[in-house]
Design a protein. Structure first.
Length: 443
């Protein structure tokens, strides 16, 4: 969780504009130039200094970051491609094994689309969504268990880093995986990644304006996908909250609707977190008293995050919260506060265990072209009222319920159906699976 946003914020970069005509694979394999190597060494230096100054644990969990910095500087000198050099920077930061501390690379001139989404369900990884019309659709299906990806087994502990490298640091042109269908059949598949160029830039003043409008369209698409969705059925409000990145007025609007029902079913599955202010406002909207969400443990001292009750505007009915392995940060904090305050019931899968508070540090550099990049750096651990941190632990639901491979394949949602039952609403898994259909970003 961070005060700006939980999401990776990619800034404008013209780093790759000069080679926009090359394929993404060629771009990743292009031999690094001396000025690019110098640039990446500068990136590592800036991030190293920011870590030393701002990371919440001055002992760095026992890691010798100065020795590590020297080692990884030498690795950059040996890097053969620009992609290799960026991977070195990412690996340097990831050595802290902190979910909220990571390198944000310069913006690429292309977007990589694998055509599928995967997720941990319990201790197994499954294909959960496949983009219609993609190559992936011809080879894998929801409900297929991913036994290995490019020869490596997938576990809960490392999936978030794998996802980070595949989507932010080193997109792969082809993914090889071994999968097991719901019927038990095992097969190996190779899936080509689809690449789409971002809008090309000229070398003149219009380039900045062109990129501005490209990013504006991307932000609008993201806002559409992240909008609040809800369904009113019987005495229950089903609220799908994709992220804690909305205005307080929007939270108030949803709570006003909820107060006309006996039960609020708040679906935080897949919610990656977001603003501290949104979390605090939502907690205060379902509690009849002030609540300490967590205590920040920082490099210098401690500070509680207190949610003020909304008084007469509080929802006082039956509260049911849904979480899964992709519920992270603020979503996990909210669910755990509900448990600790005995305010409601948490249903679903164990959450991500990605619960720290961080700030985003932007940087820019110039080496023939202007480059923007950044780093998310944790500035506080968060200790709950029971004296424990959720980092690497997550929230264990009161009602642990996992969809089966067969149910994933059929698009059923037994978790939402169970929540409906607890709220006194008759809704089977098939109907529940249709309430909030998954939406793909346009290509």
């Amino acid at each position: 969780m961070r005060r700006t946003t939980h999401f990776v914020l990619l800034s404008l970069s013209l780093l790759f504009a000069a080679v926009a005509c090359m394929s993404a694979q060629q771009l990743e394999q292009q031999k690094i130039k001396p000025e690019q190597r110098d640039l990446v060494e500068g990136i590592l230096k800036n991030i190293h200094e920011a870590l030393k100054k701002n990371y919440y644990d001055s002992s760095f969990h026992g890691l010798d970051v100065d020795a590590r910095y020297k080692e990884y500087t030498q690795r950059i000198k040996r890097a053969e491609t620009l992609g290799d050099a960026f991977r070195v920077v990412a690996a340097y930061v990831s050595g802290l094994n902190d979910s909220h501390t990571y390198f944000v690379p310069p913006r690429r001139s292309y977007i990589a689309d694998y055509g599928y989404r995967m997720q941990m369900v319990g201790d197994a990884c499954y294909v959960t969504e496949v983009r219609p019309g993609s190559e992936a659709e011809q080879k894998i299906h929801p409900g297929d268990q991913i036994i290995s990806l490019d020869g490596y087994a997938i576990s809960r502990g490392d999936l978030w880093q794998l996802d980070y490298y595949l989507n932010q640091i080193a997109p792969k042109p082809v993914t090889g995986m071994a999968v097991r269908s719901p019927s038990g059949e095992t097969r190996k598949v190779m899936i080509a990644t689809k690449y789409a160029k971002r809008e090309e830039h000229s070398a003149f003043a219009g380039a900045m304006n062109s990129d501005f409008w490209t990013q504006k369209r991307e932000r609008e698409t993201q806002q559409q996908l992240m909008r609040q969705r809800f369904v009113e059925q019987g005495d229950a409000l089903f609220w799908k909250m994709p992220a804690f990145a909305v205005e307080e007025s929007e939270v108030d609007r949803m709570i006003r609707i909820a107060r006309t029902h006996k039960t609020l079913i708040l679906d935080l599955r897949g919610n990656p977190g977001g603003y501290v202010a949104t979390l605090s406002h939502l907690v205060g909207s379902v509690m009849d008293h002030d609540v300490t969400i967590a205590t920040r443990v920082m490099r210098k001292g401690q500070k509680p995050e207190v949610a003020k009750s909304r008084g007469n505007n509080v929802f006082t009915g039956n509260l049911i919260v849904l979480v899964d392995s992709k519920s992270a940060s603020a979503a996990e904090l909210f669910a755990r506060v509900v448990q600790l305050e005995h305010r409601g019931t948490v249903v679903g899968d164990r959450s991500s265990g990605s619960v720290m508070e961080s700030l985003y540090y932007p940087f820019d550099d110039y080496s023939g072209v202007l480059v923007f990049y950044g780093a998310s750096i944790t500035h506080a651990d968060l200790i709950m009222a029971d004296g424990k941190s959720l980092e690497k632990v997550g929230v264990t639901p009161d009602v642990l319920l996992l969809p089966s491979a067969v149910q994933l394949a059929a698009g059923e949602d037994p978790v939402l159906a169970k929540a409906a039952q607890l709220g006194g609403v008759n809704l089977d898994a098939v109907e529940a699976g249709k309430l909030f259909p998954f939406e793909w970003a346009p290509q």
